[in-house]
Ligand binder design. Structure first.
Ligand code: DGL
Length: 288
């Protein structure tokens, strides 16, 4: 009996010391579309997901607020052992990433924070034959022009239209994606893109929530048009990053464990995750 208890506590101690998950942050449920791809590509790693559902959506909030909310979340994930945090949120990547990388990481020299916009813009050109692409995103991401600025660095001859879909995230966060109202707003935004440019052959879902309604989006998009989700792109990019940064790779623990934090009631979060992704999970409610 004593021997059993000794080994049990030794195991817990070892586990605590050896727990440095990769933090994955989003304003709400959208980052799950990235997390699930990260789990597929890096199954041995530990992940800690944080959805700030109680304060979502971030999409139409000011630069200062998105930066301050994102910094809260990053610091929370650092305090729980994460050395590496992925902002699995385009709005946070557009409005907070640079400040965090250039200012706040001074206090955490062995920590890193990465975003989702750069990996997507690096490969955009190869995805389109007509070189006409549309980026669908939140108002915050669109007004930051981050996609236009980044795409220009990698591909000069692309025609890019950006379009904000402000109703989509609230519909997803409120569990309304199957409603007639949702289909109305999805069709409205898709029609608008092809009205602006009918040569578009690639649509980038530049908000991590949008892949959660990809089936509904597909209903209104011509078959020859590619719909691109960021999850697989970000997962490939993170895998390469860890190969190029072996020190960070070693610092990230690998017990294949995935945990979920939310600022919403945990029961609500668990139920919505099941509805949106089919995953049965148990989350913990925290306050930021
Ligand atoms: N999922 C987020 C994004 O990629 C943010 C959605 C929101 O909170 O408005 O931009």
């Amino acid at each position: 009996m004593w021997l059993f208890l000794y080994f049990y506590f030794f195991k817990i101690q070892f586990h605590l010391k050896n727990y440095s998950p990769i933090g994955v942050f989003d304003s709400g449920y959208g980052g799950l579309t990235v997390l699930n791809e990260l789990i597929k590509k890096l199954p041995e790693n530990d992940f800690l997901y944080l959805g700030d559902n109680a304060r979502a959506p971030y999409g139409s909030r000011s630069f200062e607020i998105v930066y301050s909310f994102t910094l809260d979340a990053v610091q929370e994930l650092f305090s729980r052992g994460c050395k590496l945090v992925i902002l699995a949120c385009n709005t946070a990547s557009a409005k907070a990433l640079r400040n965090i990388q250039q200012k706040d990481l001074f206090d955490y020299p062995d920590h890193r924070v990465l975003g989702v916009i750069r990996p997507s813009t690096e490969i955009i050109e190869g995805l389109s034959k007509t070189k006409h692409v549309a980026v669908l995103a939140t108002e915050g991401t669109v007004s930051s022009n981050s996609y236009l600025i980044e795409i220009e660095k990698f591909s000069e001859k692309m025609s890019v239209i950006q379009h904000a879909c402000p109703m989509w995230v609230p519909l997803i966060e409120n569990g309304e994606i199957e409603s007639d109202g949702a289909l109305y707003f999805i069709k409205k935004e898709i029609d608008h893109i092809f009205h602006l440019d009918n040569l578009v052959d690639t649509i980038i879902l530049g908000c991590t929530h949008y892949p959660l309604i990809e089936a509904q989006i597909r209903k209104f998009v011509p078959n020859h048009v590619n719909i691109v989700s960021q999850g697989p792109i970000v997962a490939d990019s993170l895998k390469e990053y860890l190969l190029r940064h072996p020190q960070m790779d070693t610092a990230c623990s690998k017990n294949g464990q995935v945990d979920y934090l939310t600022t919403e009631q945990s029961d609500t979060f668990n139920t919505n995750v099941l509805k949106l992704t089919g995953d049965i999970i148990t989350s913990t409610k925290i306050k930021l």
